[in-house]
Design a protein around this ligand. Sequence first.
Ligand code: 1CP
Length: 342
Amino acid sequence: MSEHRFIKACRREETDCTPVWFMRQAGRYLHEYMAVRADHSFLEISRSPELTKEVTLQPLRAFDLDAAIIFADIMTPFEGIDIDFDIEAGAGPVITEPVQTLADLERMKPFDASKVDFLFEAIGQVVAELDGQAPLIGFAGAPFTLACYLIQGRSSREFGKARHIMYTQPELWDGVMTRLSSMVVEYLERQVQAGVAAVQVFDSWVGLLSPYDYKTKVAPYMKGIFDALAGTGVPRIHFGTGTTGLLELMRDAGADVIGLDWRISLDEGWRRVGYDRAVQGNLDPVLLLSDMETVKTQMQRILDEAAGRPGHIFNLGHGIIRTTPREHVAELAKAVHEASKR
Ligand code: 1CP
């Protein structure tokens, strides 16, 4: 795997062209995914290694991508700490009994990896079928983003209840973040043992925080996670959105690759992260709903900002939107490779 252009770019080695994959590359914009969903709920798919393998590989069969990402949700490891949840159509994750008091903390059990064996089994099957053609990325939610759902109970624009607890109940916040951090480390270590070649930690909602609060209430846990994962030897990717005010602090947490969203230009983002790290991004996913001429102009602009420096992985700044035309995804992946040939 270390010879694959995605892994090389994570390590800032020279590549023949810029590697590309897309966050949420599996899922509802693909008719072949919807065909599986017609007969199975999201949770049925994610608990079945065979179905997980199928939907993980669908985008790799359809497009010229440099990495697969295991099909799961950031909620999946909650099964291993006895936190009950569901994925509701339209609403996303819903926590049956949100964690909102010190007493609730006791319901978060130490992570029992055997309860998510289906995921490690799926990873093994995907890696076997890929047979070295492309690396498989494993992932987890970051403790802050997981705590948002765990405390709030469901999706929200502001996650006000979760942030209120962060501000006013330090003991409860530390209890939640400590438990989630050790869950994330063990869950990702097990994914590496099962065969993933890189890991990404999704801190999707961390842009809600001021730099001060990120630094004091989130960054120490992130540093702990990336330090612990250094021992796995695989590249570690740290992703967030709305992070323009947080990039230096995210860099200091220690990952090998920093995700950039479209609210900052790639060149400014990379300069602030530092050229001793790789970067991933950063096309606005809404652009993929435009005509391809517009998409390619912006793709070229991003490649120009990367300036052929080793260590750029092309991606969107956030996940693919459900109404994205699949031909656009196909064309963009091809165009990135062609336009970036060294
Ligand atoms: O109905 C369906 O088919 C379920 C929709 C769906 C899918 C396809 C959900 C519910 N999760 C997923 C898969 C998923 N989730 C992947 C698959 C792998 C791939 O990328 O191909 C990944 C990486 C995730 C990660 C995830 N889930 C994140 C982090 C990334 C991001 O987009 O910010 C978050 C925040 C979630 C929560 C979640 N799960 C599902 C939904 C609809 C949401 C978002 C809810 C919200 O906006 O708050």
